[in-house]
Design a binder for this molecule. Structure first.
Ligand SMILES: Cc1ncc(COP(=O)(O)O)c(C=O)c1O
Length: 397
């Protein structure tokens, strides 16, 4: 039965990371996969996570299944983290959520609920978007339309194009938005632009589906969620897919949540029940370890303080790297790279061609995606000069 199945190609991003690992050059530079790396090139475990994990293991008495919706402290901690402690939606009880295997699981469960409400619904995605959005949502049966988003010539958001395209989104449609730190381009909407999207959603009736996988790594936990919270304050229905991979460093523990913010509490409960039935079809119960850790970090005052301060340090480091990279690249290549400093989060397109990125790999062992997306957090004091020199050389300097 199975022997006729062909071998499929590796995921392009993971394939490139594997090629970098196999490169024997000790001076190689890996800017491929979107994980936070510190100055030593290590993806660190937060102190608060380490402590919560120790407490968890010491106190653990069972490995029985988690409840289908996941851990209660985790769910309430995530609702407050994403929506803010003073959230009117939380106060009035019009929010429900389920714990999911990572942000990917959160997106998938959101897609399942959308498809249950409107089979084959059209989802508007930004051009470009994180490539995994397409199989994650598309395999449920949702259809896609794209809206203009990144303008390569200005290295910023083509907001006029976005608005013009989203004029065609109707009350039967979903608009997928990146909550902050857009992957892959790093260009985010201003709060005024979020307000325009809220006006359009109000007038046209489309539903926002917000993917927030980098809260805390752009401008801080609250500022990164400000656009999303503005939508929540203004609109009757929103689905949010949140991930704890990056901001709690729980990548391999597969920790995330889907939040349903509805008109009233009975709709919020109805959507949670839909999500639980969808999860039962796919994986039944969510994994325990990461969510129990995250729930503890989010709700214990001491751990929370420690986590927030470490996260702020990461955010500051990324923004410092953005300034340093701008300066080094401008010196090496004699062109404007100021956009790197204005973008948010871990990603940026350097504006190189596919041919130039292949030369960077072949001639300099500098690995970035063919689109020239880099993981800014992969830059450090030891590799920034190699990177800048190599980019300068492929740009003809
Ligand atoms: C935009 C975006 N959404 C969601 C995710 C999901 O992350 P995870 O499933 O690892 O929590 C990622 C991870 O890279 C991402 O970049």
């Amino acid at each position: 039965m199975l022997e006729a199945l062909p071998r499929l190609l590796d995921d392009p991003i993971l394939g490139l990371a594997a090629a970098c690992r196999a490169d024997p050059n000790p001076g190689k530079v890996d800017l491929t996969v979107g994980i936070y790396m510190d100055e030593q090139g290590v993806c660190p475990v937060f102190d608060a996570v380490r402590q919560a994990q120790r407490l968890l293991i010491e106190a653990e008495t069972t490995k029985a299944y988690m409840p289908p919706a996941g851990d209660a402290s985790f769910n309430s901690g995530m609702q407050q983290l994403v929506l803010g402690e003073g959230s009117e939606a939380l106060r009035t009880g019009r929010v429900s959520s389920v714990q999911t295997p990572g942000g990917c699981g959160a997106l998938r469960i959101g897609a399942e609920v959308i498809n249950a409400a409107k089979p084959g619904a059209r989802v508007w995605v930004s051009d470009p978007t994180w490539p995994v959005h397409i199989p994650l949502l598309g395999s449920v049966g949702l259809q896609f339309e794209t809206y203009r988003y990144y303008d390569a010539s200005s290295h910023g958001v083509d907001f006029e194009g976005m608005v013009a395209d989203l004029k065609s989104a109707t009350r039967d449609d979903v608009v997928l938005l990146h909550g902050c730190c857009h992957n892959p381009c790093g260009a985010d909407l201003s709060i005024e632009q979020w307000a325009v999207i809220a006006d359009m959603a109000e007038q046209q009736g489309f539903m926002p589906f917000v993917d927030i996988a980098y809260q805390g790594l752009g401008d801080g936990l609250d500022r990164d969620a400000a656009g999303l919270r503005l939508l929540v304050d203004r609109l009757p229905e929103i689905i949010v897919a949140a991930s704890c991979s990056k901001n709690l460093g729980l990548y391999r523990e597969r920790t995330g949540a889907t939040l349903f913010i509805c008109n009233d509490s009975s709709s919020a409960q109805a959507l949670q029940s839909q999500a639980l039935v969808a999860a039962r079809r796919v994986y039944s119960m969510p994994p325990a370890h990461g969510a129990l850790i995250a729930g503890r970090v989010l709700t214990d005052a001491t751990l929370r303080l420690s986590w927030e301060s470490e996260l702020q340090g990461m955010c500051r480091r990324i923004n410092g790297l953005r300034s340093a990279l701008r300066e080094k690249l401008e010196l090496a290549a004699d062109r404007d790279f100021s956009f790197i400093e204005h973008e948010k989060g871990m990603f940026s397109f350097l504006g190189l061609s596919g041919e130039q990125t292949r030369r960077l790999r072949a001639e300099h062992s500098v690995y970035m995606l063919d689109s020239s997306r880099i993981n800014v957090a992969g830059v450090n004091a030891a590799n920034i000069d190699t990177l800048a020199r190599a980019v300068g050389q492929v740009l003809g300097h």
